[in-house]
Design a protein around this ligand. Sequence first.
Ligand SMILES: [Mn+2]
Length: 427
Amino acid sequence: MNIMIEDIHGFNERFLTDHTRKFNFIEDQFNRAHINVQDIIERLRTFQVAIPSWALGSGATRFGRFSIGGEPATLEDKIDDAGLLHALTRSAGSISLHIPWDIPGDIDAIKQKAAAHGLFFDAVNSNTFQDQRGQKFSYKFGSLCHSSGDVRQQAIEHNVEVVEIGKALGSKSITIWLADGSSFPGQHDFRRAYQYTQDSLREIYKSLPGDWRMFIEYKPYEPNFYSMVIPDWGTSLSLAEGTGVNAHTLVDLGHHLPNTNIEQIVAILMMKGRLGGFHFNDSKYGDDDLTVGNIHPFQLFLIFNELIRGIENNTSQNPDPAWMIDASHNLKDPLEDLMQSLEGINIAFAQALIVNRKALREAQEKNDVTRCQELLQEAYRTDVRSLVAEARRQSNGAIDPIGLYRHLDVRKQLIGKRGKHGFATGL
Ligand SMILES: [Mn+2]
């Protein structure tokens, strides 16, 4: 189903008086602080986040999965769902495919469908953490790091094939996340596993067109629980540097041990020109894949503060990072959950945009710790929701996306069309 622009405008009318009142208040506040409101709105309007193809169905824990009904069973359906999100929010302008969960059949038809929704294809994701039917060698003991050259070669060829699919779709990057690691001391020779991984990445890199980038994701544990071959940003960065100029580190918020200072990691990676991409989610304990900004909104704000500083002072020519939501769970309607995540991202982004960076720099120079903290809190404690809504409204999106989604009974319509018990592919 498609959401008509008239539906959006009609629904927005209902809230316009209230919205305008709130927006005027913040506009007045900003004018007095010499912040250009329309500049901030333009930054918000152009900021687009990719939706991963695997987040559009109900997620799963290892204990089970519960269908929410009307789940997208095909790649076409997934593109339609991403299109719905983009129509409502105007901030989900791309889709990130997972291969082999979502291998496009008719590439041209898929491209046309995406273009009709105003979507482009962001990074493609390879998968060597599962065995696929008919696969010759198993990844049970690893893929790019495997002790067997045959397994490594198979994993390299899979990644090269993913690049080929991405080229046909118009993607410009590949994200590699490896489950490779060991669960018992002595299982791995750390040095050999690292070296094999480095060699394999170099092989894959040879297949990348010159305008493509490779993103190397890291994770401290899970599914392996003693060691991961790429456990942290330092390992990822060293592999990226050993692979080539277009290889970068990808930061996934959920892939850190508790209390890790992720904003500092972001700052240094950008300073080195090696922050390639960013996966948004939130977590309480581990890689929980919860709604963005739901548990640690202040951390998200601090991360955006560093991202914006990196973008605005880009001395190392860090390319524009690829933004993606990487969250999925099994309680909420995934489309509603993604809209909440987009809201969380935009709020943190807007708050970080209004940090008085010049004053912060001066306070840092003077070692005025109190002032430094006040300046950050001033931005973080500003209620920017009406600003985010105004950016959406100016882009023909909904002032209240979830409200309109419910008003139009979208899930019920999807269930009517696709059935109640199907599961989305993937996971
Ligand atoms: Mn991720």
